[in-house]
Design a protein around this ligand. Structure first.
Ligand code: GDP
Ligand code: MG
Length: 442
């Protein structure tokens, strides 16, 4: 992919903002890259369309080519789709012990292995007492397989009783988990090579007696497009709360992750990265996105260029402040920066011990709303007024406040704050303290 893309990108060396043509040319190749990574066709098509709308007209960072910029935009969108916005990866709803976790999936997808890996993780990292039970009455030695893994990782398994059906085993596991004081009990079900009615009916019957808190679908990450059909079917018939992608240690590009996420909307919680018992990791959208696109170095390059430019802007701003120049445009930038960093609460929450103070300030009415109103007031000023706030007399103040839909008294408060900040910057600039303070800010 990189070779193909770099050819296209060499032709796109014009600077400025991304034109329709730049974006289209780059995205044609991105689409091919996605298909090569096993992303399903409709998903790739929708994805490219979404990126196209976002990318056109965006400014191109200095020292970066338009093509490189598009790659970064594509990468960010990939991460966005993969991450979704609901659940935290790696977190399971397992309060209220004993919490049942149902493991479902096709035969050979890695259910039994993942059950043991996950049990070990819950034991080691969260100190949970876990019971595992195999409901696989179809495959010979399937139950023994789980038992052996249990011994290996030091997690209890439900004693094997030959001749029981899956529903009976599930009931027994529930009883044993309650009586034995377990935090979690995991039900490892049987799979088939393909989805059939019997498999679904069996899994549904188990679900009905166990009432699982989490139903994790285990999918072979190398199966690509097929994985999406499997996921859709299981979700429709059984209801899935999360996905585990196995065999991500293989050389597949991981496109299944994107398709599955886009089509089913189910969170990918973990990825399997090998046969060993500790080869299970929290799903990281960033890593998978890099793998699907295969252009990590371009993404890093663009990030670096963007950082450099931000640092240059900060440096310039500091020089101005040191000379005692701090006008309304500067104040607006500061206010916007604060909003971007999560407003007052976000900003102070980052500093140890300040969370409480942020709450108090919020209680006193100092919240994001104030930041937004202050920005609106500055926006309502003319260019001349922003550069020279000292010229603001009564009539100008009235006009500005009206333009922002606010009272003159709010504008006066803003002006007072600006004067105080400008004074402080001047003083600090003389003593070299400003440099120290700004270092922490950027
Ligand atoms: P089940 O039929 O769904 O229970 O699948 P198993 O758990 O028995 O796994 C089938 C095979 O896949 C076993 O040989 C596992 O060791 C292997 N396996 C499972 N997960 C992974 C993984 O993440 N990476 C690799 N390389 N192999 C895996
Ligand atoms: Mg199994």
């Amino acid at each position: 992919l990189s070779d193909r893309l770099s050819g296209v990108f060499d032709r796109l060396t014009k600077q400025g903002s991304l034109s329709d043509e730049d974006v289209k040319t780059a995205l044609r190749e991105v689409r091919v890259a996605l298909l090569e990574a096993d992303v399903s066709l409709p998903v790739a098509r929708d994805f490219v369309k979404a990126v196209q709308d976002k990318a056109t007209g965006q400014a191109v960072t200095r020292s970066i080519t338009p093509g490189q910029q598009v790659v970064k935009i594509v990468h960010d969108e990939l991460v966005h789709v993969l991450a979704g916005d609901t659940e935290e990866p790696g977190k399971l709803r397992i309060d209220n012990p004993p919490a049942p976790i149902l493991m479902v999936g096709l035969q050979g997808s890695g259910k039994t292995t993942t059950t043991a890996k996950l049990a070990k993780r819950l034991k080691d990292r969260e100190g949970k007492k876990v019971l595992m039970a195999s409901l696989d009455v179809n495959r010979p030695a399937a139950m023994e397989q789980l038992q052996i893994l249990g011994t290996q990782i030091g997690v209890d398994t439900l004693p094997i009783v030959k001749g029981e059906d899956p529903v009976t085993i599930a009931k027994r596991a529930k009883t044993q988990a309650s009586m034995g004081g377990y935090d979690v009990y995991m039900l490892d079900t049987a799979g088939r090579l393909h989805i059939d009615q019997e498999l679904i009916a069996q899994a549904a019957a188990v679900r009905d007696v166990a009432n699982p808190r989490e139903t994790l679908l285990v999918v072979d990450g190398l199966t690509g497009q097929d994985a999406v059909n499997v996921a859709t079917e299981f979700d429709d018939k059984i209801g899935v709360s999360g996905v585990v992608l196995t065999r991500m240690d293989g050389d597949g590009r991981g496109g299944a992750a994107l398709s599955m996420r886009a089509v089913t909307g189910k969170p990918i919680k973990f990825v399997g990265l090998g046969e060993k018992m500790d080869a299970l990791e929290t799903f990281e959208p960033d890593r998978i996105a890099g793998r699907i696109l295969g252009m990590g170095d371009i993404v890093a390059l663009v990030e670096k260029a963007q950082e450099t430019i931000e640092a240059e802007q900060a440096e310039k701003m500091m020089k101005r402040f040191q000379k005692g120049r701090f006008n309304m445009n500067d104040l607006k930038m500061q206010l916007e920066q604060m909003l971007k960093m999560g407003g007052m609460e976000g900003l102070m929450g980052m500093m140890p011990g300040m969370g409480k103070m942020a709450k108090q300030m919020e209680g006193a009415g100092f919240d994001d709303g104030i930041l937004r109103r202050q920005i609106a007031l500055i926006q309502s000023m003319t260019k001349l007024e922003r550069a020279n706030p000292q010229i603001l007399q009564a009539s100008r103040k009235k006009r500005i406040a009206k333009g922002a839909g606010l009272e003159v008294s709010e504008l006066n408060k803003l002006l007072k704050m600006h004067r105080q900040m400008a004074d402080m910057m001047k003083k600090m600039g003389k003593g070299g303290m400003l440099k120290q303070a700004m270092k922490g800010m950027f």
